[in-house]
Design a protein around this ligand. Structure first.
Ligand SMILES: [Zn+2]
Length: 465
């Protein structure tokens, strides 16, 4: 196996050397794009290796079954970090280590919400991440249902002393998430005692979706929780009938002092320009519900797979490929900030940064932000993925964790793009478990990241030049 792989590598290097002249430049289009031909063979091997087993899915199953969800500051996240380090070493990756980041430690505690008037109905709820708790006996108050910030403003005189319920139908995440993140403080600014938010996600089976809120500095911090769409609908029907609705909310949520956590880093060191780096990444932390399989255990495993596959096939690219498993994406972003600060002197040597945080469903391609020249090259590389349907290059290409470094270093950014039909159904819920993920689709995600990362790291010219 090693013998065969080694022989192929020599052949590859020969092919690469022979096509070196033709390889310049990759971005003028037309007939002289033969540089990519040298990558058909290794791309085929990476795709073959990834899709010939269910390794990625099995590894995610071990993470989610034996460790489970991984909120920042939890013992489970610490265990996941230790496990990832040990496994990366077992894979034979280079320079495996952790990089310290201090993270917030938010603790949910026991929580409940119920309608107590006109008749008692318990609600299916999840406190919002970063929320404060209620007093021990809870908060009991009349509910005001609104659909938007505009309606809240219009009814501001009715808000004081009440619990505000934001009940906006889910259109897409970008449009509705602000009700969750900014709604509690908007309601507090008019004197609300607590806030309930219709879950930010398509209607499911009475499943509340948690997620972070951001308190404004100029409003009181009030407790806030997501409720299932069915419970929001019931409140709405009662309000429409003119009922006086009273709700009781109890939440023990609190912050403990910040604790030490870490990003996990592993590499395939480059054979010619090891100081130039291509980063692939996902976030290892998750919310404290479900198993953090889709958000974002899957993204961690498929980007890590890119390096494991290269190692298994004895493919060592010209530049370094580095996998980073971020800490604290969900409620602080401290991992991404720590990386930017710790690698400040090295950001100029970052050729590209990729983040996978939209699930590991059927891959369609990549979002990309960077120069037009770099985009043309990336589009050419993506043609190697046509056989698995992942050759589209779209705009976007951001990621919460790569963001700080990408912005400061003006680094090309990339995101793995996948079929998005299921992601928000299970996002931040108890239903984020591995059974929603198909092993073959996940293997194709790993193959896509592996081929893209390998070619960008190996091309004779640096991406964009
Ligand atoms: Zn995520």
């Amino acid at each position: 196996m090693m013998q065969r792989a080694g022989g192929t590598l020599v052949l590859l290097l020969l092919v690469a050397a022979l096509t070196h002249v033709a390889a310049q430049p990759p971005h003028t289009g037309g007939a002289r794009t033969t540089w990519i031909d040298a990558y058909r063979e290794p791309a085929g091997r990476l795709i073959g290796e990834a899709t010939s087993s269910t390794f990625a899915w099995q590894r995610l199953a071990i993470l989610t079954d034996t460790i489970g969800n991984r909120l920042s500051g939890s013992a489970a996240l610490d265990r996941a970090i230790e496990w990832a380090v040990a496994e990366m070493k077992r894979d034979g990756l280079d320079n495996v280590h952790t990089e310290k980041a201090m993270v917030p430690k938010w603790v949910r505690g026991a929580e409940s919400a119920e309608i107590v008037e006109p008749v008692q109905h318990p609600m299916s709820m999840l406190g919002l991440g970063n929320s404060v708790g209620t007093p021990r006996d809870g908060i009991r108050a009349e509910v005001l249902v609104v659909h938007s910030f505009e309606e809240l403003d219009a009814k501001s005189s009715l808000v004081r002393g009440r619990i505000v319920c934001f009940n906006a139908p889910f259109t897409n995440y970008g449009e509705t998430v602000r009700l969750r993140s900014a709604g509690p403080s908007r309601a507090a600014s008019y004197g609300a005692l607590a806030a309930l938010v219709r879950s930010i996600g398509p209607d499911g089976l009475r499943t509340p979706h948690t997620g972070a809120l951001q308190y404004a500095n100029d409003a009181a911090k009030i407790p806030a929780a997501a409720i299932a769409s069915e419970d929001a609908d019931r409140l709405q029907r009662m309000a429409d009938r003119g009922d006086r609705i009273v709700v009781q909310v109890k939440m023990e949520a609190r912050f403990d002092p910040d604790v030490e956590s870490a990003n996990v880093v592993g590499e395939i060191r480059g054979r010619e320009r090891p100081e130039e780096v291509v980063v692939v990444s996902g976030h290892l932390d998750s919310w404290d519900v479900g198993a953090g399989a889709t958000d974002d255990g899957g993204g961690c495993i498929v980007t890590w797979e890119a390096l494991r596959l290269m190692k298994a096939l004895n493919l060592r690219p010209r530049r370094t490929v580095r996998v980073v498993l971020w800490t604290n994406e969900e409620n602080g972003g401290r991992g991404g900030l720590a990386y930017r600060d710790q690698h400040r002197g090295e950001l100029a040597q970052h050729v590209m940064m990729l983040e996978s945080d939209s699930g590991v469903f059927r891959p369609t391609g990549f979002g990309f932000s960077g120069s037009d020249r770099a985009r043309e090259t990336v589009k050419t590389i993506a043609t190697l993925l046509a056989g698995i349907g992942a050759s589209q290059i779209s705009t976007g290409g951001g990621g919460a964790d790569i963001g700080p470094s990408v912005q400061e270093g003006h680094i090309p950014g990339m995101s793995l793009e996948v079929d998005g039909s299921k992601y928000f159904l299970i996002h931040h819920t108890q239903a984020d478990t591995i059974d929603k993920i198909d092993p073959v689709e996940m293997a194709k995600c790993a193959a896509s990241v592996a081929v893209m990362a390998y070619v960008v790291a190996d091309m004779p010219r640096r991406l964009g030049e």
